[in-house]
Design a protein around this ligand. Structure first.
Ligand code: CIR
Length: 252
C-alpha cells in the first residue's frame, strides 16, 4: 500500500518544457486545474500528498517522478539525464529525507525515475536516452543492498520505460508491442496497448485502483474487464510535454 506522495505544481514556464509531441502549447491554468484534480485523486485513494511549489528555471519540474526512486528502505536521488532538468532533484532531497535515508547517484551515471518500474521488490530499469548502464547499475546496486532485485531493460525509441510499460496490479502490465515478448517480463500477464492508444500505456496503480488518462476507451475497457476499479483523469496539458500519469508524483 502507498501512504505518501510528493508532487510539484506545474511551472508558469511550462511552455518551455521539453517535448516531442505535436499537440500545441500547454495551457498553464488548465494544467494547474488538472494537477489539482490529480492530487485530490491521490488523496481520495488514501495518500498523504505533499504538494511542492514549482521551481523557477525548471519548466519540466512538475514531472517529479524523474527526480528519484523511492523504495521501502531508501530513496535514490536521480542524476537526471536531460541537461535542462539537472538540478531539479536538489530541492527534492530534504523532502525525501523526512521519510527515507537518501543516497545520491552522481554523473556520469545517469537515470530518471520514469525509466524505473517497481513491482514488489523487483525493479525494471529501462536503458533510454536519459538512463545509461552506469546509472542503472548504480541504482540497481543501491536497491540490491536493501534486498531488491533489478533488471536492465533494452528499449525501443520511447522517452521512458514507463511510457511503454506500467503495472496495474494483479500481476498485470500494460505494454507496447515492443515489450510483448520481453523475457524479463514473462511472469506477467501482458495487455498490449497499440499505437492508437499509446499514451494510455502509462496508467497509475494506487492501492487497488487504476488511474487511466481520459480519452482512451479501449484501454479503459480492457482494465475494467479485469474487474479493477478505475478513475479517469484529463491529462491533456501534461501530454503536450510528453508527461503521463506516473510522471506527476513520487509514491511510497
Ligand atoms: C521531459 O521530457 O523530461 C518532460 N517533458 C516529460 C517527463 C515525463 N516524465 C516521465 O515520463 N516520468
Amino acid at each position: 500500500m502507498f501512504t505518501h506522495a510528493i508532487t510539484r505544481r506545474p511551472s508558469a514556464e511550462m511552455a518551455n518544457g521539453i517535448t516531442t509531441a505535436d499537440l500545441g502549447t500547454p495551457d498553464y491554468h488548465l494544467a494547474l486545474a488538472q494537477h489539482k484534480a490529480y492530487c485530490l485523486t491521490l488523496a481520495v485513494l488514501g495518500l498523504d500528498v505533499t504538494v511542492l511549489d514549482a521551481e523557477p528555471g525548471y519548466p519540466d519540474c512538475c514531472f517529479v517522478e524523474d527526480t528519484a526512486v523511492v523504495c521501502d528502505h531508501v530513496a535514490a536521488l536521480a542524476p537526471l539525464g536531460a541537461p535542462s532538468r539537472q538540478g531539479e532533484e536538489t530541492s527534492i532531497e530534504p523532502v525525501l529525507a523526512r521519510f527515507r535515508p537518501v543516497v545520491r547517484v552522481r554523473p556520469p551515471a545517469l537515470f530518471e525515475g520514469g525509466d524505473v518500474l517497481q513491482v514488489d521488490d523487483t525493479f525494471f530499469i529501462g536503458l533510454s536516452e536519459r538512463t545509461n548502464m552506469a546509472g542503472a547499475k548504480a541504482l540497481g546496486n543501491t536497491l540490491a543492498r536493501h534486498g531488491s532485485t533489478w533488471h536492465a531493460m533494452e528499449m525501443g525509441e520511447t522517452l521512458h520505460f514507463k511510457t511503454d510499460v506500467s503495472f496495474i496490479g494483479d500481476n498485470t502490465l500494460l505494454v507496447s508491442p515492443f515489450f510483448e515478448t520481453a523475457p524479463e517480463l514473462a511472469r506477467f500477464r501482458r495487455i498490449v496497448v497499440d499505437e492508437n492508444e499509446a499514451y494510455a500505456r502509462n496508467c497509475l496503480f494506487i492501492n487497488g485502483t487504476v488511474i487511466v488518462p481520459a480519452g482512451f476507451p479501449r484501454t479503459l475497457a480492457a482494465i475494467k474487464g479485469l474487474g479493477r476499479p478505475t478513475i479517469e483523469l484529463d491529462m491533456s496539458e501534461f501530454r503536450k510535454l510528453d508527461g503521463g500519469l506516473t510522471c506527476l508524483s513520487l509514491r511510497f
